[in-house]
Design a protein around this ligand. Structure first.
Ligand code: SAM
Length: 262
């Protein structure tokens, strides 16, 4: 498996740290994190209040994404959408509204509490065109070439195998399908003091890939980047996070990429 250089990072420890952090985001979204959660942040990032009003409020409360990209995704009725790292399901529910009763949405996440919460909210609110599967974004448990659109919010930075994730995205997309995401990247390659800090990694900072490398990972999977924009409205909240952000240019971006037609 191709991996982002993380010489001394213990990937098993990292997985446990990430799961632990996002268990807490599902259970107690108002606790102190290095990052913001919830509706005020979602609205600041560009989510429209009238759309948020149509999905379960607890999914919005546990929103831990880093940008808005649904305008780039331009999801149409009847489409099929895969949400990688779906968390408590906010983007999946918004995608479910956009695809309507003839479409479907599949969310994939590795953290049991996030999955349980998203599934419970889907059942309670009667969203029967969305399902949440347990799995890894590096090898999502879905068929090849069936999705019109893959979305992901604040997740790929958490993977130590980003090239593998983008290869999995290209596999899941039908020819001509698109990838729309928000994620964290850096201007400079982060030093080992940051990349090997599992707690900064789990907070969406330590795993930030240098932006040219990130673009190359997407293009290396055979996808063409159509649009790339900076999300200046996103901010980290702890002092430690803020130092890394200022020193290494860690920022949030949204992008649209396409799998070429065969
Ligand atoms: C920052 S949260 C974002 C969740 C959601 N997209 C949102 O916007 O609220 C990251 C999510 O990705 C999941 N995750 C992180 N790494 C993963 C991996 N390798 N495979 C599957 N899920 C992963 C975590 O469990 C967590 O729910």
């Amino acid at each position: 498996m191709s991996t982002t250089p993380t010489r001394a990072l213990d990937t098993q420890e990292l997985e446990q740290r990430v799961k632990h952090m996002y268990e807490e985001v599902a259970r107690d979204p108002d606790a102190d994190f290095h990052f913001e959660t919830g509706r005020p942040m979602a609205e600041r990032l560009g989510y429209r209040a009238e759309e948020l009003d149509r999905i379960p409020a607890p999914a919005i409360g546990s929103f831990a994404g880093v940008g808005h990209f649904l305008d780039l995704a331009a999801i149409e009725p009847g489409e099929s959408v895969l949400d990688l790292g779906s968390g408590s399901g906010m983007d999946s529910f918004l995608a479910a509204l956009a695809v309507g009763p003839d479409g479907r949405v599949v969310g994939v996440d590795m953290t049991a509490e996030q999955l349980a919460k998203a599934r419970r909210l889907a059942t309670e609110a009667g969203f029967d065109n969305v399902e949440f599967l347990e799995g890894y974004i590096e090898r999502p448990p879905v068929e090849a070439e069936v999705f019109d659109c893959v979305i992901s919010n604040g997740v790929i930075n958490l993977s130590p195998a980003k090239e593998t994730v983008f290869t999995a995205v290209a596999r899941a997309l039908r020819p001509g399908g698109r990838l729309a995401l928000a994620d964290i990247v850096s201007s400079q390659q982060l030093p080992e003091g940051v990349t090997c800090d599992a707690s900064l990694w789990a907070a969406c900072i330590g795993g930030a890939m240098q932006r040219d490398g990130y673009r190359a990972a997407i293009e290396g999977a055979g996808l063409q980047i159509v649009e790339w924009r900076e999300n200046e409205q996103y901010r980290f909240v702890s002092e430690r996070a803020d130092n890394a952000v200022r020193k290494y240019g860690v920022t949030s971006i949204s992008l649209l990429a396409r799998r070429p037609e065969n």
